[in-house]
Design a binder for this molecule. Structure first.
Ligand SMILES: [Zn+2]
Length: 73
């Protein structure tokens, strides 16, 4: 798999995740895990991809499945 070089920010801080979830809710949407789409799972972190202006919410189990190589800080 070819991973393009993009700015990726991993938000794991519970307060920041909660703030993001609140921002999404204010738009009438729900922050759910975009990998398993399970609305019952609590979001453990959010991947922010600046270049694509995308935010990927991930639940606990999915978050732990992120390859360590993706942990760019
Ligand atoms: Zn998930």
């Amino acid at each position: 798999m070819n991973i393009p070089l993009v700015e990726i920010e991993l938000i794991e801080d519970a307060l920041k995740v909660a703030a993001l979830a609140a921002a999404v809710r204010s738009r009438g949407e729900t922050l759910i895990c975009q990998r398993c789409l399970n609305e019952d799972e609590i979001i453990a972190g959010v991947l922010v991809i600046d270049a694509m202006d995308e935010q990927w919410a991930l639940c606990g189990p999915c978050w732990r499945e992120i390859p360590q190589g993706a942990h760019i800080v």
